[in-house]
Design a binder for this molecule. Structure first.
Ligand code: PAZ
Length: 315
């Protein structure tokens, strides 16, 4: 595989060199290595890193204001459940506060809405939420206990990219059995840490001018250097359906990922298009199954493609 241009490599290095270091890097590395070791015991289990939610771009070092990227985290959470069901160990790299696996059937504020107090010393689940709470708790606990789910939270673009790099490095030896499923909505522009004001930006002196730098495209270095043997699925979100497939096709070629999942904002829950060198496949939920979600069929297709990739890598 060809290496990435020197200029891009320089931009990437300077992004990381100037990023505020992760506060809990050692703890993350320890958790990652422990999880990968337990998942690999017995040999050959597939591991996928699912990214989910949007990254923030702080405007101040002691951050009060930030720019956000839209993503509820629903896609990542639902995909994680399906990957676990398919036998994968999942590293769920998610934005704090966004949707979590196994919580889709719970109300918005489960803690306050699901419970009741029959008397002062007892707490119980409302009958209407009993099944949903039972399934959520049991499925999540089983996934964690069987080393099928590791959850790692991020907020800023700095945290996200440093954590993605750590995960890629940790998964290097898993080779073709590893996968990156990059559903997070990652900022394209940011304020470099060195040129960011330390304290809260003052208001009252007219309009605010901010110059945003472009976030270096990390997909190329993920593919070429960090995890060249991993199966890699990226996502493309557009609001204009006319340019969606063209943009996804360009990304497929430029970053040499194995497939790009293209989706349009308003229809993303009903339909996605998997763009790859095998052609474009439209994926929808099953119309005759009311509970069906698009991720059920999407993950089935991706797992199938991953199986083919693993087989071809061994020949
Ligand atoms: O998180 P969500 O379920 O609300 O939306 C999912 C999504 C649209 C963020 C995801 O499918 C996606 O396209 N992520 C990549 C976005 C991008 O092009 O940066």
């Amino acid at each position: 595989m060809s290496s990435i241009p020197g200029l891009v490599e320089d931009e990437i290095s300077s992004f990381f060199e100037s990023s505020p270091p992760l506060k809990n890097m050692e703890e993350i590395v320890e958790k990652l290595n422990g999880f990968i070791d337990s998942s690999s015991q017995g040999g050959g289990r597939r591991i996928v890193c699912v990214t989910s939610g949007g990254t923030t771009v702080p405007l101040e070092q002691r951050c009060v204001r930030y720019i956000d990227n839209f993503s509820s985290g629903n896609r990542g959470a639902a995909s994680t459940e399906n990957f676990v069901k398919a036998g994968y160990a999942v590293i769920f790299l998610y934005r704090r506060g966004t949707c979590q696996p196994y919580c889709r059937s719970l109300p918005d504020d489960p803690f306050l809405e699901c419970f009741e107090f029959p008397d002062k010393t007892n707490i119980q689940v409302h009958a209407s939420h009993l099944e949903a709470v039972k399934m959520a708790v049991m499925d999540q606990q089983a996934a964690v206990a069987e080393a099928r789910l590791l959850k790692l939270p991020f907020s800023t673009i700095y945290e996200y990219l440093q954590m993605l790099r750590l995960i890629a490095m940790a998964l290097k030896d898993v080779g073709p059995c590893s996968m990156f499923y990059l559903a997070a909505a990652v900022s394209d522009f940011y304020v470099p840490w060195n040129s960011m004001t330390e304290h809260k930006i003052e208001s009252g002196s007219g309009p605010l001018d901010i110059r945003l730098a472009q976030v270096p495209k990390m997909l190329s270095i993920l593919r070429t250097n960090w995890a060249p043997k991993a199966f890699c699925i990226s996502f493309k979100l557009e609001t204009d359906s006319k340019i969606l497939i063209e943009k996804a096709t360009k990304a497929l070629r430029k970053y040499k990922v194995h497939a790009v999942v293209a989706n349009e904002l308003s229809t993303r829950k009903e339909e996605v298009v998997v763009v790859s060198s095998n052609g474009n496949v439209v994926v929808r939920c099953d119309p005759d199954k009311p509970e069906s979600i698009v991720e059920d069929n999407l993950i089935r297709l991706i797992v199938d493609r991953h199986s083919t990739y693993i087989k071809e890598s061994h020949t």
